[in-house]
Structure formats: C-alpha cells, structure tokens
Design a binder for this molecule. Structure first.
Ligand code: SF4
Length: 226
C-alpha cells in the first residue's frame, strides 16, 4: 500500500476522542481541499510502500486494540484496504476508517468516520483541481450506503457560521441522522480553533449536532506523527 505514516497516539476527534489508537495514514487522495491538514497525502503525496503483512506487524508492536486507518483517502486502495482490515479484524482490533465518503467498498470496520467536504474546502476557481474537487466532493449514494451498512459518524469541518446552511441541506437531502453529525472547527492552530469554538457550540445546540474538539491540534498544533 502507499502510505505516509504509522504512529501510536490518542484519537483526537469524534466519538472515540481520547482513546489510545494506532494511526495508519495511507497516501493519495481524490480530493484537493484548500485547507488540507495532510498535504503530504494529497497535494504532494508521499510514495512509501508497505505490504499488508508489514503493516499488520508494525501495528501489532504497539499492543493497542484501536486502529484508525486514515488518509489521504484510504478507499482509493480498496483491495489492499480490504485485506488489511480483514487481518486486523481477525486479530481482534477495533477498526475505524476515516474517509471523505466519496468512494465505497465493503471492508471489515467497526466505525466509518465520514467527513464529506463542504464548499469551504474548494480550491480557488483557477486551480487545476477545482472542477474535479467540486464534482467529486459530495457523493450522496456513498454516504447513504455507509450509513446503511456500518456504525457511522459524519464529521463536517466548519469554517464560518455560513457553512450551516449547506450542512442542513445535506442532512435533509441525504437523510443523515442528526445524532451522527459532528461539527469540528477548521484550523491547524489552537488559537484559530479557539476563535471558532464558541459560535460552533451554539450551532450544535440549536441543531442537535455534536461538537467535536480537535484535541491533537490543541496539544501538538500541526506537528506530524503525533
Ligand atoms: S479529503 Fe482529506 S486528505 Fe483529501 S484533500 Fe481533503 S482534507 Fe486532505
């Protein structure tokens, strides 16, 4: 598989916040978010290779139940992803897959953590990835399929209060249960997150969504591999 990093930390976002977890970060993404916090998997993807067997051995050394497969976009490498998840499942791991929810494949997983990308993610209109990103970023059938088949959370990265209208529209059109929706502030420094959290908590209260901090940013900023 193409991957960029593998490390032991805590889950910093979502329902499993604070849970010690091994993160396996695949490389390559089919989207190009303007604020991507892992550009080394998307805009300038790293190209390291690791086999499924080597990944399982590397993950096993931490003796940690929870494994988070993230990206980039893990479902780009669906064949290897299926094999990896099968092996981890056999060994009793809890598997979360973090995905932009634009590609579907059936794999062994215990939580699908979707993060469909809002309009705030689009690169500038004159960027060569603009059209591809805009066409691809919301795939209602993929989101519905994951919701039907797996325990799910749906995390939206929110930049300004104006993003709320798009989230409400997607909730209605795709029929996303409100209790699966989490709102997270966009930002890669504690100071930026802090500016957004108060009004974001207000939006969560008004709409029955859950607020998710980004604990890894509060602790480490945008440092890699932590
Ligand atoms: S979907 Fe995720 S990895 Fe891909 S460009 Fe957007 S933020 Fe980066």
């Amino acid at each position: 598989m193409k991957f960029s990093e593998l490390f032991h930390t805590i889950q910093g976002e979502g329902q499993l916040i604070g849970v010690p977890s091994v993160f396996f970060r695949t490389s390559y993404c089919n989207l190009r978010c303007v604020w991507c916090d892992t550009p080394y998997t998307s805009w300038e993807p790293e190209d390291r290779d690791i086999s499924v067997a080597e990944s399982v051995t590397a993950i096993a050394q931490y003796k940690c139940k929870h494994v988070v497969i993230t990206g980039g976009e893990p479902f780009i490498q669906s064949k290897a992803l299926r094999e990896l998840c099968g092996e981890l499942d056999k060994r009793g791991h809890h598997i979360t897959i973090e995905t932009n929810a634009t590609l579907f494949a059936e794999v062994a997983a215990h939580l699908i953590s979707m993060s469909p990308k809002l309009r705030n993610s689009s690169p500038p209109a004159d960027n060569r990835f603009f059209k591809r990103h805009e066409r691809g970023r919301i795939q209602p059938d993929v989101i519905r399929k994951f919701l039907d088949m797996y325990p799910c959370q749906v995390k939206f990265v929110v930049d300004t209060p104006e993003d709320l209208g798009e989230i409400q529209r997607l909730e209605k059109e795709i029929d996303i249960p409100a209790e699966t929706i989490l709102l997270m502030p966009q930002g890669t420094t504690p100071a930026v997150l802090q500016q957004k959290q108060e009004w974001l908590v207000g939006l969560c209260k008004e709409n029955g969504y859950r607020y998710s901090p980004r604990v890894h940013v509060d602790i480490w900023g945008d440092k890699r591999g932590v």
